[in-house]
Design a binder for this molecule. Structure first.
Ligand code: 13P
Length: 260
């Protein structure tokens, strides 16, 4: 069974002190949540402070990006091992903002995935289509390429440390959520794809989470879908009450006592 995962992507928000305040409040509010993995992904500058606060809790810390090389003359970049050293156990990779604003392609993202896995952390691979691609009927082709190329040369054992986040670009920060049926269709497609590329066991065990305007009032409907294993939350993760409400989503019947 797949343990649900709720991750907060804080993007380019919060000073160190603001991040510490939010992390402290969340550690208190989420102290009783044991059957869901919770990940906070602050800006690089706040990672070690947030990790220190979360140390005594079950909350894990993630990076929002990393560079594939372990070290060298790469001004402004941060390595997977440095993120791990700062307290991260997860790294978000291939976010659509990285793909669109910084020109990251699947091959570059794939190199980062391998770097994160080599550093002993888990990777959250983001995939998602633009509205134009969806309207042109290219949805599955686009997602298929992002998943296959992003996970190139990743083996079945390593897949235990990979989470896929489906984030339709048109739903990010827009207040538009994919309907739970639309999201469920895509999640089922991705699971089917994993079965072909890897194995039925990998398809069954890999967590596929949804992102794009996830809020306290739509999380239950999303989580009620059999193939949706959690959420990658942007805007609503900056507010303690909202993120806590999302992380405390009412568990649907099919998730009773899931542990992993
Ligand atoms: P919003 O929740 O603000 O739409 O952002 C989603 C996202 O990009 C998370 O990575």
């Amino acid at each position: 069974m797949r343990k649900p995962l709720i991750a907060g992507n804080w993007k380019l928000h919060k000073t160190i002190n603001e991040a510490k305040d939010l992390a402290k409040t969340l550690c208190t509010k989420l102290a009783d949540v044991h059957n869901t993995d919770i990940v906070l992904a602050p800006s690089f500058t706040a990672i070690s402070a947030v990790a220190e606060i979360c140390q005594e809790s079950t909350i894990k810390v993630g990076g929002q990006n990393c560079f594939p090389e372990p070290q060298g003359a790469f001004t402004g970049e941060v390595s997977a091992a440095q993120l791990n050293d700062a307290g991260c156990t997860y790294v978000i990779l291939g976010h659509s903002e990285r793909r669109q604003l910084f020109g990251e392609d699947d091959a570059f993202i794939n190199a980062k995935i391998h770097a994160v896995l080599r550093a002993g952390m888990s990777a959250i691979l983001c995939v998602g289509e633009t509205l134009e691609q969806r309207e042109q009927g290219d949805l599955f082709e686009v997602l298929g390429a992002q998943v296959r190329n992003g996970l190139k040369d990743v083996n079945d054992t390593q897949m235990e440390h990979v989470v896929i986040a489906y984030e339709p670009i048109w739903a990010i920060g827009t207040g538009k959520t994919a309907s739970s049926d639309d999201a469920a269709e895509v999640h089922a497609y991705i699971r089917g794809l994993l079965q072909g590329v890897f194995s039925p066991a990998v398809a069954q065990n890999t967590r596929i989470i949804y992102g794009g305007s996830v809020k306290p009032d739509n999380i239950s409907e999303l989580m009620a879908q059999a193939d949706i294993d959690g959420a990658l939350v942007g805007g609503a993760s900056l507010n303690a009450a909202d993120f806590a409400a999302i992380a405390n989503f009412p568990r649907p019947l099919h998730m009773a006592d899931t542990h992993r």
